[in-house]
Design a protein around this ligand. Sequence first.
Ligand code: FMN
Length: 200
Amino acid sequence: MRKIQLTGELSYKGLTIEQAIANRRSQRDFSGQAMSLAELSHILLYSSGITDKRHGLRAAPSAGATYPIEVYALVNNVEGLSKGIYHYLIPSHELELTYEGDFSHDLSHAALGETMVRHANAALLLSAVFQRTQRRYRERAQRYIFFEAGHIAQNAYLVATSMGLGACAIGAFYDDQVNRLLGLNGRDESALYLIAVGKI
Ligand SMILES: Cc1cc2nc3c(=O)[nH]c(=O)nc-3n(C[C@H](O)[C@H](O)[C@H](O)COP(=O)(O)O)c2cc1C
């Protein structure tokens, strides 16, 4: 499967954390202008990527560093990337193309007809591999896993805002349809949360 190496840290400096928090709003209208690969890379790195290479620690906290959340990107309009569904390979900071093609209508259909996922440059699809956290935390794990998706989503909102981009969380979707798009069985790994991101 095709892999794309993502860029490291941008020299670009965005808003202060306070400004990003104050300016963050859910943006559902996207301009249609292309997003650069560096911008998508920046969002992935600072929402869920590895920020401490020595210890393998990531942008978002994780219960016992069990890292149950996987991140996929449905790409609609990113320079240098074919439309398709990509898996963010967090340890190597790469995108792996899993399905090539325009799946934006399928995702919109899965999200109860929500059109923003067709106009956003990309949608992040967060899933969980439950066993990673359940094997350590048993019945406590479920809440931890949900918290972790929230941490990553908030990071995505804030880094997008900091860069002058828009983001919107989407919780309203049919799990089984999104799982089918991602090739997940819904038991070992299941979709949890979507975040549309793009140029506004
Ligand atoms: C768990 C969660 C699920 C959400 N699901 C959706 C959704 O399905 N569709 C949508 O348009 N917005 C969704 N939102 C965004 C909220 O509508 C939005 O955060 C809220 O209206 C407050 O506006 P703000 O984010 O601009 O402050 C969701 C937000 C959260 C936290």
